[in-house]
Design a binder for this molecule. Structure first.
Ligand code: ZN
Ligand code: ZN
Length: 290
């Protein structure tokens, strides 16, 4: 079994980005309902807000001021804060892997612009932190959200030590025409089977070739049929994706995996998905495949 950390602050549930189909509090509460915190290898951590001097290493002063006035400043600080604490606990080996609940997203935010439910970048800031504080260099982000990670890819466009596998449909034209092979946009599946097959075909081989020191999974749920993205998948798909990505991280970087999720699907989805993601990360084997 692996030691899994869950990172959640109630502000991320109470003040989650409101205009999307978000169910952060319900997703987190489902872990309690399933008594997952009763397992000896599962720990709950409450993050602090991310320090502003760290945010200023990724975002402009002007953007920080605009986020401050957005109504989601506090939620953004705690969402990034969760990723920072998760990185710290994984890299100091207090836990093997981590699941972070954010109240807002981050992958649409570049250095000076934000939108689409994203504020401070929840990928770039923890990566900068891991590099500066722990000396890690090579990261891989697997992004299975519906949408293109325009912000994070822009921030790291010239950074060959960041592999970004973006399952956005590829319609932003990166694909084969990307300047480097480290930023790739790939199609989404039109069914659970196709999505699972795409991830199985594309992710492990790229991770094995790239050899990251840590894998970060941006688990978007807006691909679910009851959410607002591609609307093609059922809740049964996500635990299968978790298995593929976790096994691959186990193989390439000793299992160092941080999963970020802002629960961007209705409650019935997150209540099914989140306990099963934790089950997979912690290797509990509670939920036999249906
Ligand atoms: Zn999205
Ligand atoms: Zn993309």
């Amino acid at each position: 079994m692996k030691r899994t950390g869950i990172f959640y602050h109630e502000i991320c549930g109470r003040k989650a980005y409101s205009s999307l189909a978000m169910s952060v509090a319900e997703g987190f509460e489902s872990l309690k309902k399933e008594n997952l915190f009763g397992e000896p290898n599962i720990s709950l951590f409450e993050p602090n807000p991310a320090p502003e001097e760290l945010i200023a290493k990724v975002h402009t002063k002007d953007m920080i001021e605009r986020v401050r006035r957005s109504g989601y400043y506090e939620t953004s600080l705690y969402s990034v804060g969760g990723t920072l604490l998760a990185i710290e606990k994984v890299l100091t080996k207090e836990v093997d892997n981590a699941l972070v609940f954010g109240g807002v997203g981050g992958h649409h935010s570049d250095r000076n612009n934000f939108g689409g439910g994203c504020f401070f970048n929840t990928e770039a800031i923890p990566i900068v932190y891991a590099r500066e504080k722990f000396g890690l260099k090579r990261f891989a982000v697997v992004d299975t959200d519906t949408h293109h990670a325009n912000g994070t890819i822009d921030i790291f466009k010239d950074d060959e030590d960041l592999l970004y596998i973006c399952f956005c449909g590829g319609y932003w034209g990166f694909g084969g025409r990307a300047k480097s092979g480290t930023k790739v946009c790939l199609p989404h599946g039109a069914s659970d089977e196709e999505e699972i097959e795409n991830v199985r075909r594309e992710v492990p081989k790229r991770l094995e070739e790239f050899k990251p020191e840590l894998v970060y999974w941006m688990l978007g749920l807006d691909t679910h049929k009851d959410s607002y993205g591609t609307r093609k998948l059922t809740e049964k798909c996500y635990p299968e994706l978790a298995k593929i990505i976790k096994e691959s991280a186990d193989k390439v970087c000793g299992g160092k995996l941080v999963v970020f999720n802002a629960c961007n699907a209705p409650a019935h989805v997150t209540e099914y998905v989140m306990p099963r993601i934790v089950d997979c990360l912690a290797e509990l084997g509670r939920y036999p495949k249906e």
